[in-house]
Write a protein that binds this ligand. Structure first.
Ligand code: AHR
Length: 506
């Protein structure tokens, strides 16, 4: 008989709110993310709004994308924003030395990015250039974007066709300053971040949430240096307001270093090692939180995971610098697992950005130049989970602990789950990570009565399953039968599956 997984959820004990910005995105000038992904140009035969591909926007609107980070990544630290404004034919060409060594014609610049955010309904998260830029350049970019009234930058913006100031809530102070952003040492970057932040002004009503470029994985010394740079233990523990958030980056692979394993051709060992690496982000977040707690016990400074996702070998025949990879059910399960963990850290973790939205790394969408568009399995997890945005988190207890799978001596929880409540609706997400064991999941809801429940499931006959233009729905959500009895929700979770259950409370 199928083993049962029991889980208890107290629907009347809401925890910290899951910030909608945990469902944020990242679009870099890298490979075919901007050019050939979002941007096709106004002269394209493909339907577009001012050069931005219409079907891409329509598909992404269904995800309720809360924010979009741009223009990089590593590209941000060699990007000079003044090159990307004014008439397109006059914009200078540069070389994108990080990504493919290709020419960048700057046709997608500040105005195009802000138009994209407006089309998506997403808040802009602009990442400034610390590595090869100046304080003046970054300060003037903020002025150009957000100042009203009259000033040199405002006059330039108006001359380029935009009267009103834009709202820009999030600002990144460089990227990966320990590496492609300038190979700095932690204390040196911490001082740079303070210096740049000083000149990132709040113009009018626009209040910037400044995010310092943080650690890779569990480089806690980096986080500590940044916390020291803002902490003020002598003044009631209230951090100084140079920057409001600190980022970190976390990529998932199968334990053997990035770009080693194939995106679709992997074995069971590589699958499980991937899940172990994905699950380990929980330890990494806890470690960053502990450092932050010691300098900022009130939790004022936010933790931001502004790059996460899987990183595999590139698709055969593509430019290795374009980081284009297929996306399977394995990637979807990584996304579901990350969200369960993100939800459990909702108190300190205020934003996360998947790398990247279109055609790069763990994308939502794959496009081709003939008008083909594929929604990846990862897209479906974002769509199925969108009800968690801004909902109160609910703890999910598996009595006695979850059943585990031994992976090279490390225990992987077979079933991971998270839940949230918004008004009288509860949303539960659950993943079964086992490759061969199904389970009957029994959610015991306490503290409220269930009037209806609707389930959806994302799975396939094998974890390597993926979508293509020829077969776009090989991995797509279908209805999941949920039996409701005495406040219990019972459903079958087959191997390698992800499910959501939406519950109406009476
Ligand atoms: O997302 C791809 C790259 O990964 C980003 O440009 C960089 O920040 C990271 O190393």
């Amino acid at each position: 008989s199928t083993p049962t997984t029991r889980a208890v959820i107290n629907v009347d004990l809401g925890g910290p709110v899951i910030n909608r910005h945990l469902y944020g995105h990242f679009a870099e000038h890298l490979g075919r993310c901007i050019y050939g992904g979002f941007w096709v140009g106004e002269d394209s035969e493909l339907p577009n709004v001012g050069g931005i591909r219409t079907d891409v926007v329509e598909a992404l609107r269904a995800l309720n994308i809360p924010n979009l980070r741009w223009p990089g990544g590593c590209f941000a630290d060699e990007y000079h924003w003044q090159d990307g404004i004014g008439p397109r034919q006059d914009r200078p060409i540069m070389v994108n030395t990080h990504w493919g060594n290709v020419e960048e014609n700057n046709h997608f610049g500040t105005h195009e990015f802000m138009a994209l955010c407006e089309l998506l309904g997403a808040d802009p998260y602009v990442n400034g250039n610390v590595g090869s830029g100046t304080v003046r350049e970054m300060s003037e970019w903020v002025e150009y974007l957000t100042r009203d009234g009259d000033s040199p930058m405002v006059r330039q913006r108006k001359a380029n066709g935009r009267e009103k100031a834009w709202r820009v809530p999030f600002w990144g102070i460089g990227n990966e300053a320990w590496g492609c952003g300038g190979n700095m040492r932690p204390e040196a970057y911490a001082d740079e971040a303070r210096r740049f932040a000083t000149f990132l002004r709040d113009h009018g009503d626009n209040k910037l949430y400044r995010i310092a470029a943080g650690a890779n994985d569990d480089n806690l010394a980096w986080t500590e240096a940044l916390m020291k740079a803002v902490s003020c233990l002598g003044c009631g523990n209230k951090p100084r307001g140079f920057f409001q958030g600190i980022s970190f980056h976390y990529y998932t692979h199968d334990g053997d270093g990035i770009h080693r394993s194939h995106a679709t051709d992997f074995d069971d060992t590589q699958y499980y090692r991937t899940m172990i690496k994905a699950a380990d982000i929980d330890r990494v977040i806890k470690a960053h939180r502990a450092v932050m707690d010691s300098y900022d016990p009130a939790g004022v400074v936010g933790l931001v995971c502004d790059e996460w996702g899987t990183w595999w070998q590139v698709d055969e025949g593509t430019n290795p610098g374009f980081l284009q990879q297929q996306n399977t059910l394995r990637d979807a399960l990584v996304a579901g697992l990350h969200f369960d963990i993100f939800h459990s850290h909702a108190e300190r973790l205020i934003m996360a950005n998947i790398a990247q939205t279109v055609n790069v790394l763990q994308s939502m969408i794959l496009t081709d130049d003939q008008g083909g568009l594929v929604l990846t399995p990862t897209y479906h997890v974002f769509e199925m989970n969108k009800g968690h945005q801004d909902a109160a988190s609910l703890a999910v207890h598996q009595p006695g602990g979850p059943a585990t799978i031994d992976v090279d001596g490390t225990a992987l929880a077979q079933v991971t789950a998270s839940a949230s409540r918004k008004g009288d609706t509860v949303l539960i997400s659950a993943g079964n990570l086992s490759l061969d064991s199904g389970t009957m999941i029994d959610f015991d809801l306490r503290g409220g009565s269930v009037s209806a429940a609707r389930g959806r499931i994302l799975t396939a006959d094998r974890p390597q399953a993926h979508n293509t233009v020829a077969e776009p729905t090989a991995v797509a959500p279908v209805e999941l039968e949920v039996r409701v009895t005495d406040g219990h929700l019972i459903a079958d979770l087959p191997p390698h599956s992800f499910a959501t259950i939406e519950v109406d409370l009476a």
